[in-house]
Design a protein around this ligand. Structure first.
Ligand code: FAD
Length: 497
């Protein structure tokens, strides 16, 4: 039967990966159809991820900052929080951005089809139309034929199977909906998402416990950065239970009663199982799983691995040469900026192939590094190798460290607890091509996330300590700490006021 719609490129999923790919492909002259089951474009990031969380974190940061000012002789009363208005504020922020995406799609003549897409073959997707706020299927189906496809169907929050179905046990989407400010809240999972939400809710007045299975908060980040974070946040949480897992929960009228058990490996004597605790709200932030098994990939012969990821090559091509995949669905790190860059690559390769433009067709995702940021208070940002990774890989590094207690700006801001740390290749062979170059960096302190981009650029450019140290940074700024950390690695005096 003929298809209802034909296109050069079908993009499945309208998140950061999908819309970036669709827009780039349309700009390059392709006829693009973008299939998204939700009414709004933007995916997890804009609707229930990066953006709403940052809208709330900004509010929390202003409240915390106002409290810090007491030491400077300025005090405010306790914040009056109108949850409904706060939700409306968050919705407005999200709406502005998703509305902008809809306009950009229209401007580029990207055809957005609302519905749930599944592959019917290697050249067709069937879309079941969805409608209404609950995204229910309306029963209407259409078939779209494509020359090329990009799968950008993202990921979803992992739910612990042994927790009961109860409105007080939520995931990050539920937490961002701000159902209430609980008196006692448990955050299950001490990674970035869990700790960002913990920051918001604690500032808004909740008493919080955090439980983490491994021996450390924010796994993946440099331990020195996390140490500073933990010290600053010591008073923020009631308890941080490391090497501990949640084994079950019982819904009671008083709250959710949660049971814990020590994790055997790494458990120390003092990590004996804590008593069960009762909470008003429990946030599960234990990771995200890719949507690879939910798109009918088998009908197109697209390989999906055991965890639900779609393996791709450097051009974002799956095992089926005309079907590509990008974003959370292709693997870690599950971050919006990675998805966007991958989306551009896939779109360029496809446009290049369809239009016979060899240079475009050679595009590849060759990022040396992808930065990570926890937008907590203080922020933690890192990129490239951490000291522990360098050690594990047997790479000799020279460290440059600049404590913010020596930064005029950090002191003026009343926030001098942070530091900036850079790692340079110190391999013995001085004639090796990478010798002396920057390998990684980490920053802890307010605005660390805004600063880390410079370190990422330095790594991409293959900069060494002299390049960074001799770059004139504006004074007094927090960004100056990057130049000064490089100077420290060179053994220069860095005590600039
Ligand atoms: P997604 O954003 O997941 O988009 C996939 C889209 O595909 C969705 O809109 C979905 O509805 C649609 N879809 C799926 N299957 C189908 C189908 N069969 N048919 C039709 N449509 C379908 N990342 C950062 O970089 N910075 C942050 O600060 C940050 N904060 C976060 C905070 C939270 C609370 C969460 C949960 C995530 C956060 N992330 C952050 C991660 C970020 O949201 C993801 O990495 C990013 O959204 C991935 O983009 P994507 O395009 O791969 O997929």
């Amino acid at each position: 039967a003929p298809a209802d719609l034909e296109c050069d490129l079908l993009v499945l999923g309208g998140g950061p990966g999908g819309y970036s790919a669709a827009f780039r492909a349309a700009d390059l002259g392709l006829r693009v159809v973008l299939v998204e089951r939700y009414a709004e474009l933007g995916g997890v990031c804009l609707n229930v991820g990066c953006i709403p969380s940052k809208a709330l974190l900004h509010v929390a940061a202003v409240i915390d900052e106002a409290r810090h000012l007491a030491g400077a002789g300025v005090s405010f009363g306790a914040p009056q929080i109108d949850l409904e208005q706060l939700r409306a504020h968050k919705a407005k922020v999200v709406g502005r951005l998703t509305g902008g995406l809809a306009a950009m799609a229209k401007m580029r003549k990207v055809q957005v089809v609302r519905g749930y897409g599944s592959f019917a073959s290697a050249h067709r997707v069937v879309v079941e139309e969805t409608g209404g706020p609950a995204q229910e299927k309306t029963g209407k189906r259409s078939t779209i034929a494509f020359q090329r496809a990009i799968i950008a169907a993202g990921s979803q929050a992992v739910r612990l199977p042994f927790l009961p179905d109860d409105a007080r046990i939520i995931d990050s989407t539920g937490a961002l909906a701000l159902p209430s400010i609980p008196q006692r809240m448990l955050i299950v999972g001490g990674g970035i998402i869990g700790l960002e939400m913990a920051t918001v809710y604690s500032t808004l007045g909740a008493r919080i416990d955090v439980v983490e299975m491994t021996g450390e908060l924010m796994p993946g980040a440099d331990r020195d950065l996390v140490k500073v974070w933990q010290k600053i946040n010591a008073g923020r949480f009631d308890r941080i239970l490391l090497n501990t897992r949640v084994t079950g929960a019982r819904a009671t009228p008083e709250g959710v009663q949660v049971q814990f058990a020590p994790v055997q490996e790494g458990a120390t004597a003092d990590a004996a199982a804590p008593e069960p605790q009762t909470y008003d709200l429990v946030l599960q932030a234990v990771g995200r799983s890719p949507n690879g098994r939910k798109i009918g990939a088998e009908a197109a012969d697209v390989h999906v691995d055991a965890r639900g990821f779609i393996p791709v090559d450097m051009q974002m091509r799956s095992n089926v040469p005309h079907i590509f995949a990008i974003g959370d669905i292709v693997g870690q790190p599950m971050l919006a900026h990675k998805a966007v860059h991958e989306g551009h690559v896939a779109a360029e390769v496809i446009a290049g192939e369809l239009q016979g433009k060899a240079e475009l067709a050679r595009a590849a995702f060759e990022a040396r590094v992808i930065p990570s940021v926890a937008y907590t208070d203080p922020e933690i940002a890192w990129v490239g190798l951490t000291e522990a990774q360098a050690k594990a890989q047997g790479i000799a590094v020279r460290k440059g460290l600049f404590p913010w207690s020596a930064s005029g700006r950090a002191i003026a801001n009343g926030r001098d607890e942070g530091f900036t740390k850079l790692l340079f290749d110190a391999s013995a062979d001085a004639s090796a091509p990478g010798h002396g170059r920057i390998l990684g960096g980490g920053i802890v302190g307010p605005h660390a996330g805004d600063l880390i981009g410079e370190v990422a650029l330095a790594i991409e450019m293959g900069a060494d300590a002299l390049d960074i140290g001799q770059t004139v940074h504006p004074h007094p700024t927090l960004g100056e700490s990057i130049g000064l950390a490089a100077e420290a690695a060179l053994g220069h005096c860095t005590d600039l006021p």
